[in-house]
Design a protein around this ligand. Structure first.
Ligand SMILES: [Zn+2]
Length: 185
């Protein structure tokens, strides 16, 4: 079990577009394992490789009791339906904002052995998949907020105790940061 420190908002790796995975090897499977351990430890819904400092296109998720990972994901939206709901990010601990997302998604990608598969998701799963795929493009959910909410979020981030700290905060609160309170990625 390897729990890796989670990079926080302000770390440039979170603003860097990640590289496609080319080698579906033991190293990749180790990365998926570390991501999964770190996600479960943080009680999150999703975690993308850049959030632990690895700029590769892979993320893990834990939504509706389903744990999995996707390598090199691409998203399709089967309809125009949208959802608005509270969303958070393990790289922005403790702060949640209403965020508009697509309700339904089809994510195509690969497992860590290079086998192609697709994931059809709606609701929370769809939100998580969109949030994590954004991370692979250097996009943070704050970018999806309306202007006023985004301004408020930036004020609250600057005031947060973790902001600008060199070392990641280890969250030990028994109150789950993540999926139990809803919307963590
Ligand atoms: Zn996130």
């Amino acid at each position: 079990m390897t729990v890796t420190p989670i990079r926080l908002f302000g770390d440039p790796v979170l603003r860097t577009a990640a590289d496609p995975v080319r080698d579906f090897d033991q190293e990749l499977r180790g990365l998926v394992s570390d991501l999964t351990d770190t996600l479960m430890n943080a009680n999150g819904a999703g975690l993308a490789a850049p959030q632990i400092g690895v700029s590769l296109r892979v993320f893990v998720f834990h939504v509706d009791d389903v744990v999995g990972h996707i390598v090199n994901p691409t998203l399709d939206f089967p309809d125009d339906e949208e959802q608005i709901g509270e969303e958070g990010c393990l790289s922005i601990p403790g702060l949640y904002y209403d965020t508009k997302r697509r309700q339904n998604v089809v994510a195509k990608g690969f497992n860590s052995y290079g086998d192609p598969f697709q994931l059809v998701g709606s609701g929370m799963m769809s939100r998580c998949v969109q949030h994590e795929t954004d991370h692979l493009d250097g996009v943070i959910f704050l970018d999806r907020l309306d202007t006023d909410t985004r301004k408020r979020a930036m004020r609250e981030i600057r005031a947060a105790e973790w902001y600008g700290q060199g070392a990641p905060v280890v969250k030990t609160s028994p109150h789950p940061l993540g999926f139990a309170s809803g919307r963590h990625g």
